[in-house]
Ligand binder design. Structure first.
Ligand code: HEM
Length: 490
């Protein structure tokens, strides 16, 4: 700014000069105000030099820029995003030290402007509260999820209600892929997978499912990438506060998705309140209403939460439950297409260990080690939630997609020690509470799809596996083909 003004100084008026000097003073004072002083005896963390107001530029793939910086500055360094100082931790030991050994200190979330817009600022996942109320809500959410996912199914062939929902949605998904294939010759995998996955969590939270063409459901699940971009710290006004006052199409879209989502959930919660019967708890929403009635809250923390806060937990579960799992499954289909020989091996494993006459089930897991290894490798290689991944030095030949790295030497089992290095669900006090459900969903949906369908590219359309940055990184929307497996192939 000063460089641009200096050559002109000879021809400017006194009032213009005064204006320039005043502006420079204000800028200086603002910079001084936001500068964080280091307490005596402590050192400033290493890190790249930041530009005033803008901070460090991370480009469109922040996880790659940060990985490059960690090579230069080490496992603990500081950057500046806009006007906010940010400490970056990398390397599994450092992350473990922070999130497990010093778990309490690191269990909060930053108080970002965009996070306050999610779930009216009362989100279990995004709000900066990390003690009393957050702990009580997390406990409640966890127990509601656990009791509902282990509940018995409505028919004897299903061991639990989660299995029943996934099996039914898996069959609907196959029919849907076949219908669209017949009509159009190809399909957009995410568009259909997201509805099936949303239906599983809808079944558990609200006891209902939606049609693949339901406009209301599609109006927010099918554009969840817009939400993910902002929630993945991609919104500049979170870091440069003055930008909040400027019109922003990103924020407009973000607010609109949040609104549609809240209205959708609120309507169902109101219907549940109207028909609630203590002796017939139908789903997770009823469980939460039941808790409001009983006030059976965290006995240890003496925390009292409003009814509204308790019922809002269902927003968090539904929101966290569909975007993550559908992103994982959509990537899985991309990898199956990208590595046809692995797809064939997975099909053979299913054919040999489960057969083709019955639908796979959750108890088939120990019989299908290659599928388990494929899922672990998918989590590792796609790293679609990039800020929880372990340092790549942990893996031999990290850029290859190689599921066998997660198998024992004889190939008959999953190598548990290697599997436990996979930290896509986070760790410590904020670790994902939906991990068991998510792992089961990805496993069973995939087993059902691979048993029946062979996924292929569309001729002439090369596969683009470049991830698009967001809280959950998605592949670009694309078209694929699927063919029903015939008995002849067996
Ligand atoms: C493959 C699927 C999934 C992945 C990769 C995943 C990953 C994660 C990660 C990385 C976190 C943040 C951990 C941290 O901050 O350190 C998280 C939090 C969370 N997840 Fe998941 N998740 C998945 C599926 C699910 C499902 C199915 C549900 C619920 C049904 C769920 C519910 C939550 C909730 C409520 C939180 C917030 C916890 C808190 O802040 O206390 N997730 N998840």
């Amino acid at each position: 700014m000063a460089l641009m003004i200096l050559p002109l100084i000879g021809s400017v008026s006194v009032s213009e000069s005064l204006f320039v000097v005043t502006t420079l003073c204000v800028v200086y004072l603002v910079l001084k105000f936001f500068r964080t002083d280091i307490p005596v005896g402590l050192r400033r963390l290493p890190g790249p030099k930041a530009l005033p107001f803008i901070g460090n530029l991370l480009g469109s793939s922040p996880y790659l820029s940060l990985t490059a910086m960690s090579k230069r500055y080490g496992d603990v360094f500081q950057i500046q995003i806009g006007m906010r100082p940010v400490v970056v931790l990398s390397g599994s030991e450092t992350v473990r030290q922070a999130l497990i050994k010093q778990g309490h200190e690191f269990s909060s979330r930053p108080d970002l402007y965009s996070f306050r817009m999610i779930n009216d600022g009362k989100s279990l996942s995004f709000s900066s509260d990390h003690v009393g109320i957050w702990r009580a809500r997390r406990k409640l959410a966890y127990s509601a999820l656990r009791s509902f996912s282990t509940l018995e199914g409505t028919a004897p062939e299903y061991t639990c209600v989660l299995e029943e929902h996934i099996c039914k949605e898996g069959e609907y998904l196959i029919n849907q892929f076949n219908t669209v294939m017949k009509a159009n010759g190809s399909f957009d995998p995410f568009r259909y997978i997201v509805v099936s996955v949303a239906n599983v969590i809808c079944g558990m939270c609200f006891g209902r499912r939606y049609d693949h063409n339901d406009e209301e459901l599609l109006s927010f699940v099918n554009i969840s990438d817009e939400f993910s971009k902002v929630a993945g710290s991609g919104y500049l006004a979170d870091f440069i506060p003055i930008l909040r006052f400027l019109p922003s199409t990103t924020m407009k879209k973000f607010l609109s998705i949040n609104d549609r989502f809240n209205i959708f959930v609120q309507k169902i919660v109101s219907e549940h309140y109207a028909t609630y019967n203590k002796d017939n708890i139908r789903d997770i929403t009823d469980t939460l209403i039941d808790h409001c009635e009983d006030r059976k809250l965290d006995e240890n923390s003496n925390v009292q939460m409003s009814d509204e806060r308790i019922v809002r937990i269902v927003n968090d579960l539904f929101g966290a439950g569909f975007d993550t799992v559908s992103t994982a499954l959509s990537w899985s289909v991309m990898y199956l297409v990208a590595y046809p020989e692995i797809q064939e091996r997975l099909y053979q494993e299913l054919k040999d260990k489960v057969g083709l006459d019955r639908t796979p089930c959750l108890s088939d897991k120990p019989r299908l080690p290659l599928l388990e290894a494929f899922i672990l490798e998918l989590f590792r290689h796609s790293s679609f939630m990039p800020f929880t991944i372990p340092h790549c030095e942990l893996w031999k030949d990290p850029s290859s997609f190689y599921p066998d790295r997660f198998l024992t030497a004889d190939g008959n089992d999953v190598n548990k020690i290697e599997g436990e290095k996979m930290m896509i669900f986070g760790m410590g006090k904020r670790r994902c509470i939906g991990e068991v459900i998510a792992r089961n969903e990805v496993f069973l949906f995939l087993a059902i799809l691979i048993q029946k369908l062979n996924f292929l590219t569309v001729p002439g359309e090369p596969l683009d596996m470049t991830p698009e940055y967001g809280l959950t990184m998605k592949h670009k929307r694309c078209h694929l083909r699927a063919k029903m497996r015939t008995r002849k192939e067996q």
